[in-house]
Design a binder for this molecule. Structure first.
Ligand code: AR6
Length: 362
C-alpha cells in the first residue's frame, strides 16, 4: 500500500496509529509531543509513566485514549549535532522500529510526523529523505497505508536546485503555451512562489540541453542496398512506425494497455503497483475490469511506474480520457520528471507537494 504526504495536524487523523516524536522520558514535551498529549488526555501520560522511558532510535506503543487513532507509537529521534554522531542511523531506526511495532499490532494505517525535524534540529530536507527512504523500503514488503504528515509548509523543503529547475520549467512551458509575452505577468500570478528573475535567461534553455532524448533511433541503413525510390526521411519512418504501433492498439482500453505494458517490461503486478504508489485493491479492480476508468493521478502513476516516455504516457492517459497540457502546473511538473528520466514516484510527489498539486497514486 502507498505512502502519502499530507498537510495536517497529526492529532486529527483517523488512522490505526500515529507516531509521536517524543523524548526519552516519554512524559511529554513541546512540539508534536505536546499536541498529542493535550489531545489524548491524562490517560496517555498515565500509561507512558509505566513504560520506563525509551532510548533514542527505539519505539514503544500505547493506546490512543481521546485521540481518533487506536494507538500512539512513541519514538525518540536523535538530536542533530552536525551529522557525525550517528544521527542518521538513529533516525532510520526510529522509522524501522515504529513500523515494526505498527505491523506487530496489526495496523493498516500509520501516520508519522517528520521526526527530529523540529526541536531536535535535524535538517528538514535530510529528515524527509530518511522518512521517505525507510517507509518506501518497508512498503516493498508490506501492505500498509503510511502517511508523512507535514505540519507547516515551511517544514517542508525539496532541494532548492530541484525547486528552481521545476519553477523554470513551468515558466518556460507556460510561456510557450501563452506565447504572447504580455500574458506573462498573469501567468506568474498563478505560479506558486516562482521568484524568477525576469532578466535572467530562461532556464528552460538550460533544461533543453540537459534533457535526454527519448525517441528511439531507427537503425542505420547505410549498409542496405540503395532503394529504387528516394529513401523516406528518417523522421517520416519514425512517424510511420509509431503510427503502425498506435493503430495496432487502437481498441485497447486503459486496463489492457497497462497489463500489456507490465508484461512487456517484464514486471510483476506487485512491482508495478508498488512503484506506482497504488494500493493492491485498486490494482485488482483495474485488472479485473477491462473498462475501468482511473483518475488522472492514478493513470499517470502507472505511466511513471512503467517508465514510459512522454509520448507513450500521453497515449496511456488518452485511454483513460485525459491529456497533458501546458496550461496546468501539475501536467508540466509531470512532463519535467519524465523528460529528465526521473521516474521515482516519491520524488515526484515531493515536488508536486512543494508546488501545492495533487499527488500521484492513491
Ligand atoms: N502534527 C504534525 N506535525 C507536527 C505537529 C502536529 N500537531 N506539531 C509539530 N509538528 P518536534 P522533534 C511537526 O519538535 O524535533 C518535544 O518537546 C514539526 O513541525 O515536535 O523530534 C519532545 O518532547 C516538526 O516538523 O519533534 C522532544 O523533547 C515535527 O513535527 C522534542 O520535542 C517534529 O518536531 C523532539 O523533537
Amino acid at each position: 500500500m502507498p505512502l502519502k504526504l499530507i498537510r495536517e495536524d497529526i492529532t486529527k487523523l483517523h488512522c490505526d496509529a500515529i507516531v509521536n516524536a517524543a523524548n526519552s522520558s516519554l512524559l511529554g514535551g513541546g512540539g508534536v509531543d505536546g499536541a498529542i498529549h493535550r489531545a489524548a488526555g491524562t490517560g496517555l501520560l498515565a500509561e507512558c509513566r509505566t513504560l520506563g522511558g525509551c532510548r533514542t532510535g527505539e519505539a514503544k506503543i500505547t493506546k490512543g485514549y481521546r485521540l481518533p487513532c487506536k494507538f500512539v507509537i512513541h519514538t525518540v529521534g536523535p538530536v542533530w549535532r552536525g551529522g557525525a554522531h550517528g544521527e542518521e542511523a538513529l533516525l532510520r531506526s526510529c522509522y524501522r522500529n515504529s513500523l515494526a511495532l505498527a505491523k506487530q499490532y496489526g495496523c493498516e494505517s500509520v501516520a508519522f510526523p517528520l521526526i527530529s525535524s523540529g526541536v531536535y534540529g535535524y535538517p528538514k530536507d535530510k529528515a524527509l529523505q530518511i522518512a521517505v527512504d525507510e517507509i518506501t523500503a518497508f512498503l516493498l514488503g508490506e501492505e500498509m497505508l503510511v502517511y508523512i504528515v507535514i505540519y507547516d509548509k515551511s517544514a517542508f523543503q525539496i532541494g532548492e536546485k530541484l525547486f528552481d529547475d521545476i519553477a523554470a520549467f513551468i515558466d518556460d512551458r507556460y510561456v510557450e503555451e501563452h506565447f504572447d509575452f504580455r500574458y506573462r505577468s498573469e501567468v506568474f500570478a498563478d505560479s506558486i512562489a516562482l521568484d524568477t528573475d525576469e532578466s535572467a535567461p530562461l532556464a528552460g534553455d538550460t533544461f533543453a540541453a540537459k534533457a535526454p532524448l527519448f525517441e528511439t533511433q531507427m537503425p542505420a541503413c547505410a549498409s542496405m542496398p540503395a532503394p529504387a525510390a528516394a529513401p523516406m526521411p528518417a523522421g517520416q519512418q519514425k512517424k510511420n512506425a509509431t503510427l503502425d504501433d498506435a493503430l495496432k492498439h487502437i481498441d485497447e482500453s486503459f486496463s489492457e494497455m497497462l497489463l500489456r505494458k507490465i508484461d512487456e517490461k517484464g514486471m510483476t503486478d506487485a512491482e508495478c503497483y508498488k512503484k506506482a504508489n497504488i494500493d493492491r485493491k485498486l490494482f485488482s479492480k483495474i485488472r479485473s475490469d477491462r473498462l475501468y476508468k482511473p483518475s488522472k493521478t492514478t493513470a499517470i502513476a502507472f505511466a511513471i511506474a512503467l517508465e514510459l516516455p512522454l509520448e507513450e504516457t500521453k497515449d496511456m492517459l488518452m485511454k483513460a480520457g485525459f491529456a497533458l497540457s501546458h496550461s496546468n502546473k501539475f501536467d508540466i511538473i509531470i512532463e519535467y520528471f519524465i523528460t529528465n528520466g526521473n521516474y521515482n514516484v516519491f520524488e515526484i510527489n515531493e515536488a508536486l507537494f512543494a508546488f501545492d498539486q495533487n499527488l500521484l497514486g492513491v
